[in-house]
Design a protein around this ligand. Sequence first.
Ligand SMILES: CC(C)CC(=O)SCCNC(=O)CCNC(=O)[C@H](O)C(C)(C)COP(=O)(O)OP(=O)(O)OC[C@H]1O[C@@H](n2cnc3c(N)ncnc32)[C@H](O)[C@@H]1OP(=O)(O)O
Ligand SMILES: Nc1ncnc2c1ncn2[C@@H]1O[C@H](COP(=O)(O)OP(=O)(O)OP(=O)(O)O)[C@@H](O)[C@H]1O
Ligand SMILES: O=C(O)CCC(=O)C(=O)O
Ligand SMILES: [Fe+2]
Ligand SMILES: [Mg+2]
Length: 378
Amino acid sequence: MSRAAERLRLLTAQLDRPWAQIVSFYPALNMRRPRCPTAALRHAGAPLAGLKWRREPLLEAPPVFLTSEPSSAAALRSSFPRRFRYTSDTGVLSPEQRLFYEQNGFILIKNLVSEEDIDRFRKEFERLCREEVKIPGLVMMRDVAILKSEFVADQKAVSKIQDFQEDPELFRYCTLPQILKYVECFTGANIMAMHTMLINKPPDAGKKTSRHPMHQDLHYFPFRPVDKIVCAWTAMEKVNRENGCLVVLPGTHTGTLQEHDYPEWEGGVNKMYHGVRNYDPQHPRVHLEMEKGDTVFFHPLLIHGSGMNQTQGFRKAISCHYASADCYYIDVKGTTQENIEKEVGELAARKYAVAGDLTFQDTWAFRGRLVQGERISL
Ligand SMILES: CC(C)CC(=O)SCCNC(=O)CCNC(=O)[C@H](O)C(C)(C)COP(=O)(O)OP(=O)(O)OC[C@H]1O[C@@H](n2cnc3c(N)ncnc32)[C@H](O)[C@@H]1OP(=O)(O)O
Ligand SMILES: Nc1ncnc2c1ncn2[C@@H]1O[C@H](COP(=O)(O)OP(=O)(O)OP(=O)(O)O)[C@@H](O)[C@H]1O
Ligand SMILES: O=C(O)CCC(=O)C(=O)O
Ligand SMILES: [Fe+2]
Ligand SMILES: [Mg+2]
């Protein structure tokens, strides 16, 4: 064995994952595939180092030999005759990127949204906070830890806005062609924007309420099929462990929807921030550190959350949940989603003042907007 190959063997042993997976990780981060083991070793100080992976790959990968491995996409395709379940080939995701999503349930695309667009979203957000504009249906949420403090009409009061589908400037995010191009790989060509958010994670007030508990977004959604739903989440500034980046449990999208409830946190939990029951803190986590404009696409069963914001800044991200327009509504009665249905029902009754008449499905149907193709069943 050459020295380089030997060092790589040590590296992969350290990382607990096979070389095929390490290689597949590179395109997913928009990094060029390492040409040789030494190049991989050089990179290992970068994003690979912090990762700990399951011992078994989720898809059985055939062994890949370093010396003879062709780097072309075609070779990878031929070594994976198995049909992909979560993605389709629209010529946008490379086979490596598809494989990464299939195995991990998320994919990070660097530098997808321009600075200029993000600055415009930020300006609009600030206008909303100063109450210079009023948008029908838009929800402004304050952090539970500062609810009782004095109201100031600026961004300090707002931890999150939801349902900005009637704000043309913010909704432009959901229609950006470079985002839809990726979304189509998961949803197909007919695309609905179902849920919109701008998260302004505040500096933690000392009670850890700025955390978002680990959850699966599907818990909130009464539509299916699950694999035709995807979230796009774009960092509006550098996000890292310090200011509370996203934390994901890779591979959990292959599981089922779990029971969710409010976590038992001493300092309190924000309204509707349900977390998975029996969260296992031992499960391997990945912190998604991102630069302004980087965008992660993730599956609605992927368990994720975000840590505490330990900085003095407001950590900002903008996101949209998309679904295929072919998705259909389901009745969640008798399922684990009954608790969230009930809470949403109570809020909707207050907000829209049409108590009783509005179903959980209705609350989604009137917020959803077509962004590409044809509106079918949602
Ligand atoms: C995939 C995706 C869907 C995942 C998620 O989005 S998870 C998080 C989802 N969270 C939500 O959807 C919550 C959305 N927020 C809201 O609807 C609103 O901000 C509300 C919580 C209803 C507050 O509305 P607002 O107009 O401010 O109404 P009020 O000031 O009159 O407050 C009404 C009662 O709510 C309480 N409240 C307000 N903000 C929070 C909070 N952050 N955490 C816990 N409780 C809260 C407030 O204290 C008040 O309670 P009472 O005085 O009535 O007992
Ligand atoms: N009991 C729990 N139920 C659900 N989610 C939880 C629970 N405890 C922590 N989390 C979530 O786990 C994720 C990791 O948070 P945590 O603060 O524990 O670690 P971290 O921020 O990654 O690490 P560090 O604070 O050391 O940098 C966050 O999304 C947090 O909300
Ligand atoms: O930006 C974050 O903190 C994550 C929010 C999130 O996962 C959600 O609202 O569903
Ligand atoms: Fe989420
Ligand atoms: Mg933390």
